[in-house]
Structures are given as C-alpha cells and as structure tokens.
Design a protein around this ligand. Structure first.
Ligand code: TMP
Length: 238
C-alpha cells in the first residue's frame, strides 16, 4: 500500500485511487503545517496516531448512527474510504472559547460556552478558508439548504458523542473541525477527527493535547498525540 495513482496531496494526507472507483485510499503523513502552511514541521508518527484516532472515533460515531466515509483501516497509515463529493464547507463546533473565536470576540481562551457555537468556513487555501454563513453557502451553490441542515445537525450530534467520550477520559473537547461529503445522495462525515483537527485540554492541568502545541511552539507534540490515542483506546476497549 498504496498501489493506485496519487490523486491529491494535502498538507497532512495523500489520496490514492483504488481499483474500485467508489473507494479511495487515504494515507496519513507526519507533516504538520499551521497558518496556511507558513509554519512547517514534522510530528513524529502523527500520521499513525491520526489514522488510529480517526478510525476509533469514526467507528464509535457509526455505532451512534452517524454515517462516515470510513470503510476500513488497511494498516498503520492507510485507510480505505468512500469516494465522496466533498462539500467545500468546513464546520467548526465550539464548546469553549479558544483560537480564532477568542480573537474575534475579544474574550479570553477558556470561557465555557453555555450552548455550542457552529461556524462555517469556505474550504479554499488560496483565500485562507474565510468564515462564511449559510447564506453564502446556499447562494454560491456550495451546499443546499437541506445539506446545510444535515451538516449542522450531524455536527451537534457528533459533538454530544465526542464530549461524552472525552469527558470519560478527563479531556475537555474545546472545539473541532469537520468536513462532509455527498455519497449516493447522502451527506456523510469525511476527512478525519484527530488532535490535528480538535482542541483537547486535559481537564485537571488544562495542558493542551493537540495541534496547538505545534502552532504555539509548546513542544512535546508527539507525546501529546500519543497520550490522546492511549486514553481513547483505553476508554473504547472497556
Ligand atoms: P480556530 O480557532 O483556529 O478557528 O480553529 C477551530 C478548530 O478548527 C480547532 O479545533 C482547530 C481546527 N482547525 C482545523 O482543523 N484546520 C484548520 O485549518 C484550522 C484553522 C482549524
């Protein structure tokens, strides 16, 4: 693995074709970027951890009734996924003020939100993924009203499932980013859920266990990623 032709290379993953046009191979890399690729680095074994974590979380979500693109994990860095038509709208769900929200509204990081906030961003690197709302997505034809409803409904349901899991392993799920795609007319969860795409804080120490360690030069990124994987594995093996 991988055997087919490289179709797409992103910052953290490569996508290969397979013999079946309805399936793709997703290969997770150790490369890390931040601030639209301005900061570049490598987090040792990140690809292995993110593949493992995404697979564990996606399997849990499937059990909870959320359809995902995951078909199966092939090996430590590769997973077989459904070939979706990706909706170019990134969905961020927030439970605690942090990151760009803290900056935008001038509130300190760590303020717990009484209800979750959902934000939409147009997935476009050249434009630095600008924030949009439902009106932009509908008017530009990026998603229909029905699809937007499905996306946001699923994001809130995923938030509940993940909050329950992370709560049980002493981690605060601060925020996370999701991507969705269309498969046989249905809106289903795509991409990954990992320490690259979530903010995860230890509930006792408030230590950051996610990509903010890399973004903010805090060091020990690999250890933090491994810690998250270990706690999730322990919780799900019970
Ligand atoms: P933000 O506070 O920087 O807007 O990030 C919100 C969440 O989205 C956070 O959990 C990190 C995640 N995220 C990505 O997965 N990819 C990105 O390119 C960015 C900017 C954020």
């Amino acid at each position: 693995m991988p055997a087919g032709q490289l179709l797409y290379e992103g910052k953290a993953k490569q996508i290969y074709e397979t013999e079946n046009e309805k399936e793709l191979l997703m290969k997770y890399k150790d490369d890390a970027t931040a601030f639209d690729g301005q900061k570049k680095g490598v987090i040792q074994d990140k690809g292995i951890v993110n593949n493992r974590v995404t697979n564990l979380l996606f399997r849990l979500l499937e059990i909870e009734g959320i359809e995902t693109h995951l078909i199966k994990q092939i090996d430590d860095r590769n997973s077989l996924v459904k070939n979706l038509q990706i909706i170019p709208v990134e969905v961020v769900t927030r439970n605690v003020v942090a990151g760009s929200l803290a900056q935008r509204i001038g509130k300190e990081e760590g303020f717990p939100l009484p209800t979750p906030i959902i934000e939409l961003y147009y997935k476009n690197d050249d434009l630095h993924d600008p924030m949009i709302n439902e009106y932009h997505a509908r008017a530009m034809g990026w998603a229909t009203d029905e699809q937007l409803k499905a996306i946001q409904g699923q994001a809130l349901k995923i938030n509940k499932v993940l909050q329950k899991l992370f709560d049980s392993i002493n981690i605060i799920l601060v925020d996370f980013k999701l991507e969705f795609g269309i498969y046989e007319g249905r809106v289903i969860l795509a991409d990954e859920i990992s320490p690259d795409t979530c903010r995860l804080w230890d509930r006792d120490s408030f230590e950051k266990l996610d990509k903010d360690r890399f973004r903010r030069n805090l060091g020990q990124e690999a250890e933090a990623y491994q810690e998250v994987a270990k706690r999730i594995e322990t919780a799900l093996s019970k």
